[in-house]
Write a protein that binds this ligand. Structure first.
Ligand SMILES: Nc1nc2c(ncn2[C@@H]2O[C@H](COP(=O)(O)OP(=O)(O)OP(=O)(O)O)[C@@H](O)[C@H]2O)c(=O)[nH]1
Ligand SMILES: [Mg+2]
Length: 281
């Protein structure tokens, strides 16, 4: 990797940002060629949260320009650094602002910013825990192949994490600042979609689990092609998980615990009530 490329992807560059007030929460949106949806997503997000940070990952479709005039921070990577590196850059910026927790959501419109308060409410009830917007209850709306791929990933990641997970692949999350500051998950270009799985495993190993809030699954028929490469990205995730399992002698106790669903906490979409073992479908 050339030096300029490394610099462009380095989250420390963002730490230099001048921030003079301390919001409690910030939202980070990684965006690669999301001109069609990003303005709508960010406008709606700004209704919910003051600090919205978009990391335009070297887009060439005008993603950054689509945000002109909006009160969002736009960090632009000179090159496409990948989802993980972009998240990390946005997160570093948010932590530099002194937030208590950082939220993330995707820029393609699959997550409704209107659900932000529900994730924050779950965090307030479970301080210190990661909150995940979980979609897998919505089986009718998820394309079969994506559903099975998600279930496959879930099984392995829950095993390595040692507890049951509702949706390990959702990009709609809330991370307590302490968790982000204490973990050092690899976030280079080749780890694009691995980072979000790995952070759940590493957090679990440091004693931090997640709770989930059910959110609707949104799959539009006119959506742009996915950046997720089903074969390669699942292979990369599986390799990371296999390594973690091998390094713990297969972690059989983790497998057993991951199959026990009784300690799951889920917040139901309609009622926002807490229920145990609330996963449906
Ligand atoms: N910064 C950055 N963001 C990316 C990259 N790849 C994907 N993203 C962003 O990550 C989010 C999720 O990417 P998607 O391609 O929608 O992946 P997905 O939601 O897991 O898959 P689908 O369900 O098929 O949409 C979107 O906001 C993308 O713009 C990347 O290389 N760099
Ligand atoms: Mg998507």
């Amino acid at each position: 990797m050339s030096r300029s490329l490394a610099d462009a992807c380095d989250p420390r560059v963002a730490r230099a940002a001048e921030v003079d007030k301390k919001p409690a929460f910030a939202l980070v949106i990684p965006a690669l060629n999301e001109a069609a949806t990003i303005r709508d997503v960010v406008s709606r997000a700004l209704v919910q949260i003051d600090t919205v940070i978009v990391v335009d990952d070297g887009s060439h479709d005008g993603t950054g320009q689509a945000l002109d005039g909006l009160a969002a921070v736009v960090l632009r990577n000179q090159y496409t650094c990948g989802k993980a590196a972009s998240l990390r850059r946005g997160i570093a910026y948010a932590l530099g602002a002194g937030v208590a927790a950082v939220m993330t959501l995707d820029g393609d419109g699959q997550h409704a910013p209107e659900d932000i308060p529900r994730l924050i409410a779950a965090y307030r009830r479970n301080p210190g825990m990661i909150v995940i917007g979980a979609r897998l209850h919505d089986t009718r709306k998820i394309p079969r192949s994506r559903y099975l791929a998600n279930r496959f990933a879930n099984f392995w990641i829950a095993w390595a994490a040692g507890y049951a997970l509702n949706d390990s692949q959702s990009g709609f999350r809330l991370y307590p600042a302490q968790v982000l500051e204490s973990l050092h998950v690899v976030h280079n270009q080749s780890r694009g979609f691995v980072f979000e799985s790995e952070i759940l495993i590493d957090a679990a190993r440091s004693g931090v689990r997640s709770v989930s809030v059910t959110i609707p699954a949104v799959y539009r028929t006119d959506a742009r092609p996915s950046h997720f490469r089903p074969v390669l990205d699942i292979l990369l995730i599986t390799r990371m998980v296999a390594w973690k399992l091998l390094s713990r002698g297969l972690y059989v106790s983790g497998l057993i615990r991951s199959l026990q669903r009784s300690d799951r906490v889920s917040y139901d979409y309609e009622s926002s009530e807490v229920s145990n073992n609330a996963e449906r479908g």
